[in-house]
Design a protein around this ligand. Sequence first.
Ligand SMILES: N[C@@H](CCC(=O)N[C@@H](CS)C(=O)NCC(=O)O)C(=O)O
Length: 280
Amino acid sequence: MALETVSTNTAFGGTQGVYRHKSKETRTDMTFAVYLPPQAGNGHKLPVLWYLSGLTCTHANVMEKGEYRRACAEHGIIFVAPDTSPRGEGVADDEAYDMGQGAGFYLDATEEPWAEHFRMESYIMKELPGIIEENFTADMTRQSITGHSMGGHGALTLALKNPGTFRSVSAFAPIASPLSCQWGQKALGGYLGGDQSSWRRHDTVALIEDGAHMREILVDQGDADGFLKDQLKPDLLKVACEKADISLNFRLQPGYDHSYYFISTFMAEHIDWHANKLGI
Ligand SMILES: N[C@@H](CCC(=O)N[C@@H](CS)C(=O)NCC(=O)O)C(=O)O
């Protein structure tokens, strides 16, 4: 698979790169960011931490504002940040920021006009891991996943649906139940159609209610997050985890909002936590 290098910069002794390729899943060009820590230079295969971003984001938001490189360099973790949707002139879009380009919700759409290109679940779970393994010194037997908001929803649902793929999952202000909020109802209804039974495998709370299981989950949530009450619904996640005997470490962080000021504050703690689960 041909990979085009868009840029590379030395950072914390490693390399922050941006890469582009033609995706078979989305049938578009896709861009993603990879941070290779300094340990990558010695040829050893290194564990991978996936970061899925939120609404309106590309690979670049976390790369520029997430402040993950120092901790990844310390632990020797490869950090991968994909885009949040297919993009381009021929790709369907919506006028609003919460649907279409920049808002792929980490699922494979079944409805028109989205089905042709919006295949983010297959892209993240099937296509991109192969590209990472082929092009970087990545140990794909040691992967963990995290994400923010829509990307927190992506991280939690993908981890729950793919037991054995990720050693650990955490999230920053995740959309805990798309079934129960406006963002999710609009997106799932648009991408998957009106039959809500098909939505359940794209909803963290519903997946847990339906039997999916993780031993532990770490979630940070700012209490000054403007989306907390109407869109994120962490209380539903707390109840579901308690009933399913999932150990949820939910940390309500006073004063923090939904922004990258919040994410960057707790990023290193999430990386430390994943490093421990990855056996570093
Ligand atoms: N733009 C939206 C908010 C979208 C938003 O907050 N997106 C979050 C993820 S859900 C984000 O990370 N935005 C990009 C950034 O802060 O760099 C609005 O006007 O309400």
